[in-house]
Design a protein around this ligand. Structure first.
Ligand code: IPD
Ligand code: CA
Length: 266
């Protein structure tokens, strides 16, 4: 059983790197005058998302034909063994020429994330985790910040057009009142792995989809951080709120965001 997870882990790292090389090439050759297409208000569409997803899908399913696959762009199905993929998280950044976007690949068995791989494409930073095996950045172990004082902390608060602005603004206001520096970088995936290596102390968002967060949440947990029960209810298919942070800040960040850490009591 562990052997097949090792094989999948190595394969996913290689596929993320190949996908990253394609995304990087497309980013650099994009004409600077080109207007991005839109899926909806503030929801960007680039041909590269689909192209990169197709590469990841074809490589993984050629290696593991018995697995199922779900991607942000093309959808798919969720069987016992499933890859959940965001080919480019931070699409708005990609489309506007901002080099802050990532490839995210998670592998789940029986609805439990076993492997998380995130590649920050333009900085060549590969974040990896195997359940029970720790987290690494370019093969070196990483750890959450351990910061205990929200007045010294940086928290990323994600937002999308799926949510009205009032609850987001109220959450940001509570975080600021509690003393946090609040930022938004435009890639939920990268915000979450930044928690894992202590660049920031917490990431929160009132609704986000599974493909944006599953790989990163395992990386945070394996880096010693804590997370909410993202897969509660139908989180895999319809998304949920998300919170990932250094354990010392779980109380104050939960108080400010209303998102609880860990599984709810049965
Ligand atoms: C979005 C980004 C954004 C987050 C949104 C996501 P996309 O994904 O991760 O930071 O706040 O919830 O939908 O559109 O860049 O793939
Ligand atoms: Ca995304």
């Amino acid at each position: 059983m562990q052997d097949d997870l090792n094989t999948r882990f190595e394969a996913a790292c290689a596929v993320a790197r190949e996908a990253g090389a394609l995304a990087r090439r497309r980013f650099l050759e994009r004409p600077r005058s080109q207007r991005a297409d839109m899926k909806g208000p503030q929801d960007f569409l680039t041909a590269t998302d689909s192209e990169v997803e197709e590469l990841i899908r074809s490589r993984l399913l050629a290696l593991f034909p018995q697995d199922s696959f779900f991607g942000e762009e093309g959808g798919g199905s969720f069987e016992r063994d499933v890859w959940v993929v965001d080919p480019i998280d931070g699409t708005a950044n990609f489309a506007r020429g901002i080099p802050h976007f990532a490839v995210s690949i998670a592998f789940l068995r029986d609805e439990r994330v076993e492997i998380g791989i995130v590649l920050d494409v333009m900085h060549d930073e590969l974040y990896t985790a195997r359940r029970g095996g720790g987290a690494a950045l370019n093969s070196k172990p990483i750890h959450v910040s351990g910061l205990a004082d929200l007045r010294q902390a940086t928290v990323e608060a994600g937002w999308s057009a799926r949510m009205p602005s009032e609850p987001y603004l109220a959450m940001v206001e509570r975080l600021k009142q509690a003393g946090a520096n609040v930022r938004r970088g435009g890639s939920g995936t990268l915000g979450i792995v930044y928690v894992a290596d202590g660049r920031i102390d917490a990431y929160c968002e009132l609704h986000i989809n599974a493909w944006d967060v599953l790989a990163g949440l395992l990386i945070v947990e394996e880096a010693g951080g804590v997370t909410n029960d993202f897969l509660a209810g139908d989180g895999l298919r319809t998304g949920n709120p998300v919170l990932a942070c250094t354990p010392e800040l779980a109380g104050p960040v939960t108080a400010a965001t209303g998102i609880r850490i860990g599984k709810a009591a049965a």
